[in-house]
Design a protein around this ligand. Structure first.
Ligand SMILES: C[S@@+](CC[C@H](N)C(=O)[O-])C[C@H]1O[C@@H](n2cnc3c(N)ncnc32)[C@H](O)[C@@H]1O
Length: 503
């Protein structure tokens, strides 16, 4: 692969790379921009580069991309970047509302279904909220003890999660805790002056895990559904509009019917108030998820409560709009011509498409979408090496182009460079988790290598993504004729074949 370019020269090449990284984090985790966050992203990147002994930001971006989803660098960067401000009994009224109004309702229902009471702290940071929940519910334990109590904390920040698991705190995070809390639930840490450790009796009811709240696959992960109560406080304020919708959609799927959702103090959604019953006390409110009106479909689609599709940006009171792309795209005329070329490709008018693409690239050789189309056309003509070359050029211009990684992966697969192919497809998925053709291609590659379980997982992901977003093109900007439903059917057939023992 060619090196990751930093595009046209600017005064501060680091700023351009940071822009790419900001885009990457926005795509994966939904962080909205804003000057403050950009400044802390700059600090986070600088800190990570220092830790890795990197001096060139372009090298750092390459590390980040090649490390991929399961690697260590992305969690390390997130640990530097996300705002983890929290403390015990933050907005105490929420915990009082939980005990006074929500718990009695849940307990009344538990008599009919005797499974543990399950609560989630989504975006739990260092665990203060998780332990505050257990400590608030403690005086009522004679009522919940017969069923059991589980409080799960999840976050993307691994450093914060490690702190949560350690359960040791100084006096500052406990500054707003009720007076009896320190004596009742903590013990001094021997040899660590001023540090208190949460008692084992409380910790036994808690667990922590890494999870991205805007990942559409999250509710399908083991243990991430069936919650009676979800606290998701002071997380949405950091997200952009589309990610807020994804996050709320996830929370809704993870919550039991009649379960309760607590949001942060300033995270008000008039849409939720219109569709949900609420319980409230003083300034605090919890939303009750309505029971589904229709049964689950045979296809296994999730039945969702009537989550409003147009939530309103917290406190700002304006409708959510997709954020403007951070990197400058092609001008209107170029974009229109690329679209025309794409349509020609889809209608099998490849010569007409090639003519437009050639003209465009004569005029604007750095136009990544046109280069991608040229790669696609060359691939269609069987000119694999030239097509791969175009993909590499696209990635030199736009290192975050998921479609270019995907096309390169498919070309490498055809050339039987299977390991490299898997690497490229994974990069595509790292940049765009919801790319159905990338999941499908990964499934084919894994099946071809005899990795059945991984193949089934990848095909299932393709189906899930199509069900979640049936109108999304299966291969991003690549003009692939295959429709989303057809791809899902193919994936289903592949799963059946694998389960019957084929590869
Ligand atoms: C300001 S803290 C809030 C902690 C706690 N909920 C509270 O209200 O005190 C926000 C937390 O959300 C986490 N977070 C942000 N985006 C996330 C995402 N997409 N998935 C999971 N956690 C996320 C951050 O890592 C951070 O720990």
């Amino acid at each position: 692969m060619g090196s990751i370019g930093i595009g046209p020269k600017t005064e501060d090449p680091g700023a351009e790379i940071r822009n790419h990284i900001a885009q990457l984090l926005r795509g994966r985790f939904g962080f909205r921009g804003g000057q403050l966050q950009e400044r802390s992203l700059a600090d986070a990147v600088r800190e990570r580069m220092r830790a890795l002994g990197r001096s060139n930001p372009a090298d750092y971006l390459r590390d980040l991309l090649s490390d991929g989803d399961d690697g260590r660098e992305l969690p390390a960067l997130l640990s530097e970047y996300t705002n983890t401000e929290t403390h015990f009994f933050r907005h105490r009224g929420r915990f009082e509302l939980l005990c006074a109004r929500v718990l009695p309702e849940l307990l009344a229902r538990k008599n009919r279904s005797p499974r543990p009471l399950r609560l989630l702290s989504a975006g739990c940071s260092s665990g203060d909220e998780v332990y505050s929940i257990v400590m608030s519910l403690w005086p009522h334990r004679s009522k919940w003890n017969p069923f059991g109590l589980e409080v799960v904390g999840c976050d993307i920040n691994e450093r914060a999660l490690a702190k949560a698991r350690l359960a040791r705190y100084g006096s500052w995070p406990l500054r707003f805790a009720p007076p009896n809390i320190k004596a009742g639930f903590f013990a001094p840490c021997p040899g660590e002056h001023g540090i208190l450790e949460v008692n084992e009796a409380v910790r036994r009811h808690t667990s922590f895990r890494r999870a991205n709240l805007v990942d559409p696959g999250l509710p399908d992960q083991p243990g991430m559904a069936g919650f009676d109560v979800i606290f998701c406080c002071n997380v949405i304020i950091y997200l952009d509009g589309p990610s807020t919708v994804r996050l709320l959609d996830n929370l809704w799927r993870m919550l039991e019917p009649d379960g309760f959702l607590f949001l942060g103090y300033t995270e008000n959604f008039p849409g939720l108030r219109q569709t949900c019953e609420t319980v409230s006390s003083q300034d605090y409110v919890a939303y009750r998820k309505p029971r589904p009106e229709r049964p689950a479909t045979p296809a296994g689609e999730h039945v969702r409560g009537p989550l409003p599709r147009d939530p309103v940006v917290p406190s700002a009171g304006t409708k959510v709009k997709a954020p403007a792309a951070a990197a400058p795209g092609p001008d209107e005329n170029t974009a229109g011509l690329c679209e025309l070329a794409r349509r020609h490709c889809l209608a099998d008018r490849h010569e007409a498409a090639a003519e437009i693409v050639d003209r465009l690239l004569d005029r604007a050789p750095h136009c990544a979408p046109a280069r991608l189309l040229r790669g696609h056309l060359l691939c269609g003509r069987g000119e694999r090496a030239a097509a791969a070359d175009e993909c590499i050029k696209v990635l030199d211009i736009d290192p975050l182009c998921a479609a270019a990684h995907l096309l390169l992966g498919m070309l490498l697969a055809e050339a039987e460079a299977l390991e490299d192919a898997v690497g490229e497809v994974r990069k595509a998925l790292f940049l765009d988790r919801d790319l159905p053709l990338a999941h499908y291609t990964l499934g084919k590659l894994q099946a071809g290598q005899g990795n059945r379980e991984e193949a089934v997982r990848a095909f299932s992901a393709a189906i899930r993504v199509v069900h979640a977003q049936p109108d999304k093109p299966v291969a991003a900007e690549l003009p692939v004729e295959l429709g989303a439903r057809a791809l899902a059917e193919l994936a289903e057939q592949q799963i059946v074949r694998l389960k019957l023992g084929g590869s």
